[in-house]
Every structure is written in structure tokens, then in C-alpha cells.
Design a protein around this ligand. Structure first.
Ligand code: ADP
Ligand code: ZN
Length: 349
């Protein structure tokens, strides 16, 4: 098992290992938690893992409740948030009780937000079961639901007390979901870690080590910028164009595929401008192919540019892009709309 400390305002530990959800109850007890446990999961994940997790908490002496939502992004809704809060209140859960997210990013974001607002904050534990949640959404404390006007528009910064990433649960993850997570893994390598790119290219590291490297990077970024005011922008590598691709597809393109396309577009543009040597593209494109990720944008320059301008984060006349500058290196650059257009044009050629 690998342990990584995340030294945010309230520090916590991420543990990564095979079979560790079976020990969730003892881990919670060791943190001094007692009270009751509310497990939130989706129907797919619950069918596979909820009994194991329940048993683990019950064996450690906890009383366990559970609330299962349908799988899929539509579940990250205000309706489900209110349903969870009402369920907690009807069962008289208190602030010293603990919400446990068992699932991917959808469950983690929704459960985390419910934990943040129930009685102004209950204990919260993340048990990520997708690669994407393991390397990205379960660490860093961003929680949210979607609103009619867009994704993640209501949420809170709320750090978990503990993250247990059981790599055994990834055995049942559909291939497409695995690829989705690999896009974020490649992202970490691209913006700051040459070694990770080498490992992925050579293909001889196990998944535990790959996740640990990503969590380590994310932990350091989040520690430097818990509330998303600067450093955290590096995590957006490839995401500006990705958000446009997702929107243009009516959210049919999976996030990881969109990020893969976004990384390819920005890297092609930077290569064409001479900001980045072409060897970086020679590393990125084969890696995307290796993990069954796309790299050709199916939309044209005008479409991508117009949607990017509408993005909520780009409202002030400039947009900060993460530009690759070398293998495993990048820089932040504020771009006005002309520069953004130039980059999208070069990237989509
Ligand atoms: P993400 O983690 O990518 O944000 P979701 O939370 O929507 O996405 O999870 C993606 C899909 O994978 C969902 O349908 C979910 O039920 C399913 N899923 C999550 N974890 C597992 C797992 N370990 N095994 C099988 N299916 C899983
Ligand atoms: Zn992402």
C-alpha cells in the first residue's frame, strides 16, 4: 500500500492499494470516527461493492445506512442532493456522522457536496472506484452538482478526511472508463512530469504506481493552491478545448476523450508556433493511441472558438492557457481573444 499526505488546511491521507476497501471500517475508526456511516453509491458500483464496504464498517462497530443513485452524469443533480440531505435528516444523522462516497467522480462530487452542506459540514470519506476519480476528482476537495445552465456550477471546496483507492475495484471498470482516466494520467505527465511520460511509454509500471504518481502531483498542486487561485490552473492542461468539444457534442463525448483531443490541439499549436519542440507531440500522440484515446478534433475552428468564448471561465477578455514547452514541462500564459483564435487555428489545422 502507498500512502500520500495531502497538507491542505485540514490535512488528510490518500491510501492506494489492492483490496483496501475491505479495511475501510478500521481505517475510519483509526481516525477517531465513531457515529454512523452513510454510504452513497450508484447502482452499478453498489451491485459490485456496497456489501463489502458495509460489512467492513459494521465489523468495525459502525451502524451503516446507504443511499443508491442511478449511474451517470444526470445524477449529479440538485434533486439528488436534496434527496440525500432529506434522507440524512429523516434518519437523524448528526454532524459527527460520516458520509462515504463509493464510486466514480459523479458519486464523489455529489456526496462531497452533500457532506459539505449537511449541518454545515459532516465527515466525508472518498472510496474512488474509477481511474478518473482515483487520480483526479477524489483528491483536492472540489465538490459539485450540475445546474441546468452547465456542469459543476454549484459546489464547495470540502476536503475529505480520508481517501482509500482500492486498485482491485478497477478490475471491473469498463475499458472506455479506464481510457477516460488515462487521459488525465497523461495530462499529469504532459504538464509537469517527464518521468511519468517515460513510464507510460515504456508500459512497465503497475497501476498502483501510476495512480500514486498522479495523486502525489495533484496533492502538491492542491497544497499550493487549495482554493483555485493560481497553481491549480496547470490541472487545466488540455481542458479549454476539451470543454468546447464536450459542449459541442451535447456532452456525448466522454471527458477523457475530450481532454485527449484538447491536449493534442494545444500541443500541435505550440509545436507550430515553436513554443514546444515537436518531440513532445511525438510522445503524446502515440500515448493517446496506446490508451485508445482520440486526438483529432471533429469540429471546425469557428465552432470551437465560439464555444470557448462562451465558457464561464473566459468572461473577462483574457483566458489563461497551459502551454506545453518541453517533454513534461508547461507554462501558464494569459491570452487575449486574438491569441486564442490563433492557437485554436494552428491546433486544428
Ligand atoms: P467518472 O469517475 O469518470 O467521473 P462516473 O462516476 O460516472 O464517472 O463513473 C463512470 C461509470 O463507471 C458509471 O457508469 C459507474 O457506475 C461505473 N463504475 C464506476 N466504478 C466502477 C467499477 N469499479 N466497476 C464497474 N463500473 C464502475
Ligand atoms: Zn479533467
Amino acid at each position: 500500500m502507498i500512502k500520500i499526505e495531502v497538507k491542505t488546511g485540514k490535512p488528510y491521507t490518500v491510501k492506494i492499494g489492492n483490496g483496501i476497501i475491505n479495511n475501510a471500517g478500521e481505517e475510519a475508526k483509526a481516525l477517531g470516527l465513531d457515529g454512523r456511516i452513510l454510504i452513497i453509491s450508484d447502482d452499478n458500483v453498489a451491485a459490485l461493492y456496497i456489501e463489502k464496504v458495509k460489512l467492513s464498517f459494521e465489523s468495525a462497530g459502525f451502524e451503516v445506512l446507504s443511499f443508491v443513485i442511478p449511474h451517470g452524469e444526470e445524477s449529479k443533480s440538485a434533486e439528488n442532493l436534496i434527496a440525500i440531505l432529506n434522507f440524512a435528516a429523516e434518519n437523524a444523522l448528526s454532524r459527527t456522522d460520516t458520509f462515504v462516497a463509493l464510486g466514480g467522480g459523479v458519486v464523489g462530487d455529489l456526496c462531497g457536496f452533500a457532506a459539505a452542506v449537511y449541518m454545515r459540514g459532516t465527515n466525508f470519506i472518498q472510496l474512488p472506484t474509477t481511474l478518473l476519480a482515483a487520480v483526479d476528482s477524489s483528491v483536492g476537495g472540489k465538490t459539485a452538482i450540475d445546474l441546468d445552465a452547465g456542469k459543476n456550477l454549484a459546489g464547495a471546496f470540502y476536503q475529505p478526511k480520508l481517501v482509500l483507492c482500492d486498485t482491485k475495484t478497477l478490475d471491473t471498470l469498463p475499458d472506455e472508463e479506464f481510457s477516460n482516466g488515462m487521459a488525465e494520467v497523461i495530462k499529469y505527465g504532459m504538464f509537469c512530469n517527464k518521468e511519468l511520460l517515460d513510464i507510460l511509454t515504456e508500459g512497465n509500471a503497475d497501476i498502483e504506481e501510476i495512480i500514486a504518481r498522479c495523486v502525489e502531483i495533484k496533492a502538491r498542486v492542491v497544497e499550493a493552491d487549495e482554493f483555485d487561485k493560481g497553481e491549480r490552473m496547470f490541472l487545466n492542461f488540455g481542458h479549454t478545448v476539451a470543454h468546447a468539444v464536450e459542449a459541442l457534442s451535447g456532452y456525448k463525448t466522454p471527458h477523457g476523450s475530450a481532454v485527449a483531443i484538447g491536449m493534442a490541439v494545444i500541443t500541435k499549436a505550440c509545436t507550430a508556433k515553436g513554443v514546444c519542440p515537436s518531440e513532445v507531440l511525438d510522445v503524446l500522440l502515440p500515448l493517446l493511441e496506446k490508451y485508445n484515446l482520440p486526438h483529432v478534433c471533429p469540429y471546425d475552428i469557428e465552432e470551437v472558438y465560439n464555444v470557448t468564448l462562451k465558457d464561464k471561465k473566459n468572461a473577462h477578455g483574457t483566458i489563461t492557457l497551459v502551454l506545453p514547452t518541453a517533454k513534461g514541462k508547461s507554462k501558464l500564459e494569459k491570452c487575449d481573444y486574438n491569441k486564442l483564435k490563433e492557437i485554436i487555428t494552428l491546433g486544428l489545422k
